[in-house]
Design a protein around this ligand. Structure first.
Ligand code: NA7
Length: 536
């Protein structure tokens, strides 16, 4: 059976960097990847309009100056094909493919206590052994197909945004329905509307969306940004969100109404996430949040011509930012098109499907194709999709029955020598995830080097340290407005999933400092078993 120091699950941005980093440090590694190529979420999410909503110069690896300088981003926000091309460029440049098994899905992983190592089963490549397992499986990698009544009757095409056919899909002139108005739906709807004969948007909950104002980056700007990379990266590393945008210097409640209006307008015109991160009280103070939300609702009413449609598009049931903000290109404007209809399925619920129709309580809609933009079993989906068994054969799924948690969001008590990149309890999805990945991979590499040089055979989070960490994560979240929405941050989008707020809300910089302090304190909160202790 092939044996490695580390098996890495997933060849997205986390898996690629983990492979590079650990290989450079002399660990033998193999990456197991279910897809036929690198890129992770960018490999699967090929729906029309798929784009990153963090700026490209930020959403890119910072660990290699050569990569930074050789690669040139074409747009402020890169589209999916460009990000996938970037992942491929990195894989080639670092010669990573030779250590990746593509088309290989992990089906089970079990800890062998006598060997202090893992045994991993796959669907196509047999079994492997490894001292360490690194789950680089992504926070948004298991698509969620909702339980729609009678969907099996529908004979038209059914597509999920997160599992879009590689060869694309012909929607020209067709009657297309789309369910879901989160980031994926908001990006896909304007593009599909241009192609389709008619597009019907089935909306359960409207989301807040801020314009991206995306566009090509002029040559001089690209050059200037490349020259500025060290400063941009350092600013990102010292920020809340792991991004180089200016953040948190405005307090909504300290401004006059005129100043506020001007500040909201400025952030709207700048576009993107900084509408949230510019304001220090937006996620803490309900009154401040409502003012920011009201500004966006007024924008929606000004853009959308039909007042009933406009009102239906205005989010009113959650604080702005408590569900991940959407960043769009012409989303609200799309509802002014004559070939687009909005259906509020909270008011008029979906009741079933025939071979060619979606029916709601009050209406029926003839469709050729149904697009599901219905999201993911986020943050834990890929970690509970197959059996991971730790000490005494205990399943990770059972361990997390009352809510997912990991010490520093990276290691789980009872699962020695297994690590999760951007796991529950770390900033992950609340930060620029590429930087969050880099920080985790780098911190973990130091831990594994420490283990190697101190002849440590087993690394395990202590239960108390993990419980205390997660209690702090929850307490911090509870001081904010984040838990005030039925969001995927707390698993609310998956029926039966325990509702626990999973991301670390105190920001990237604070989190990194906590990780460094724990390392400096001899990896406080980890039980490190030395070979000599074991012999004694
Ligand atoms: P999201 O943000 O989870 O959005 C999923 C959407 O699908 C959301 O509007 C849901 O409405 C809707 N949905 C889910 N199930 C149903 C049913 N049964 N009926 C009607 N509507 C439904 O996923 P995305 O893929 O858009 O984005 C996820 C992240 O990926 C995003 O935040 C970025 O980080 C990238 P609901 O709000 O639950 O009422």
């Amino acid at each position: 059976m092939p044996e490695y120091d580390a098996l890495i699950v997933g060849a997205g941005f986390a898996g690629l960097y983990a492979l590079h980093k650990l290989r450079m440090l002399g660990f033998s590694c193999r990456v197991l990847e279910a897809g036929t190529g690198v890129g992770g979420t960018w490999f699967w999410n090929r729906y029309p309009g798929a784009r990153c909503d963090v700026e490209s110069f930020s959403y890119s690896y910072s660990f290699s100056e050569a990569i930074e300088q050789e690669w040139t981003w074409s747009h402020r926000y890169a589209m999916q094909p460009e990000i996938l091309a970037y992942a491929n460029f990195v894989a080639d440049k670092l010669d990573l493919r030779r250590d990746i098994s593509f088309g290989t899905r992990v089906t089970a992983a079990g800890y062998d206590e006598s060997r202090h190592g893992w045994r991993i089963a796959t669907d196509t490549a047999g079994e492997f052994r490894a001292h360490y397992v690194i789950m680089a499986t992504g926070c948004l990698s298991v698509p969620k197909v909702p339980d729609l009544p009678g969907l099996e009757n529908f004979r038209g095409g059914i597509l999920h945004t997160a599992d879009w056919p590689r060869e694309g899909c012909e929607l020209a002139g067709k009657r297309v329905g789309i369910i879901g108005t989160g980031s994926s739906g908001v990006q896909a709807i304007p593009i599909i509307a241009r192609e389709a004969g008619h597009l019907t948007v089935f909306q359960r909950t409207p989301n807040f969306s801020i314009p991206a104002w995306n566009g090509p980056l002029p040559e001089d700007q690209r050059k200037a940004m490349k020259a500025e990379y060290p400063a941009l990266r350092s600013k990102a590393r010292n920020s809340y969100a792991g991004d180089y945008a200016d953040e948190y210097y405005l307090t909504i409640m300290a401004m006059t109404p005129e100043q506020r209006e001007a500040a909201f307008e400025l952030r709207w015109r700048e576009g993107g996430f900084n509408y949230q991160y510019a304001f220090r009280d937006m996620m803490d103070d309900p009154q401040a949040n409502e003012l920011a939300a009201d500004f966006v609702r007024r924008k929606i009413r000004a853009i959308v011509s039909d007042p009933i449609t406009a009102e239906a598009l205005c989010p009113k049931d959650h604080p702005i930012g408590s569900k991940r903000l959407c960043v769009d290109t012409g989303y609200y404007e799309t509802f002014n098109r004559p070939n687009v209809t909005l259906v509020d399925v909270k008011a008029d619920p979906i009741t079933g499907f025939t071979a060619s129709q979606l029916t709601t309580r009050d209406h029926s809609f003839a469709l050729d194709t149904l697009v599901l933009a219905t999201g993911f079993d986020a943050m834990t989906g890929a970690l509970t999709a197959f059996d991971i068994r730790g000490r005494a054969g205990r399943r990770l799924k059972d361990t997390w029955q009352a809510g997912a948690g990991a010490y520093l969001g990276i290691a789980v008590a009872g699962f020695p020598n297994l690590f999760v990149i951007t796991g529950p309890g770390s900033p992950s999805v609340l930060a620029n995830v590429i930087l969050a990945i880099e920080q985790h991979v780098e911190w973990l590499s130091e831990l594994l080097l420490h283990a190697r040089s101190h002849r440590i055979t087993e690394i395990e989070a202590e239960r108390k340290a993990q419980d205390d960490w997660m209690a702090d994560v929850r307490a911090s979240a509870d001081r904010t407005l984040y838990p005030h929405a039925n969001s995927w941050y707390l698993g609310a989008n998956v029926p039966g999933k325990p509702r626990v707020f999973m991301p670390y809300v105190d920001g990237f910089k604070t989190y990194e400092a906590a990780c460094e302090a724990i390392a400096a304190d001899g990896y406080r909160g980890f039980h490190l078993l030395r070979e000599t202790e074991e012999a004694a």
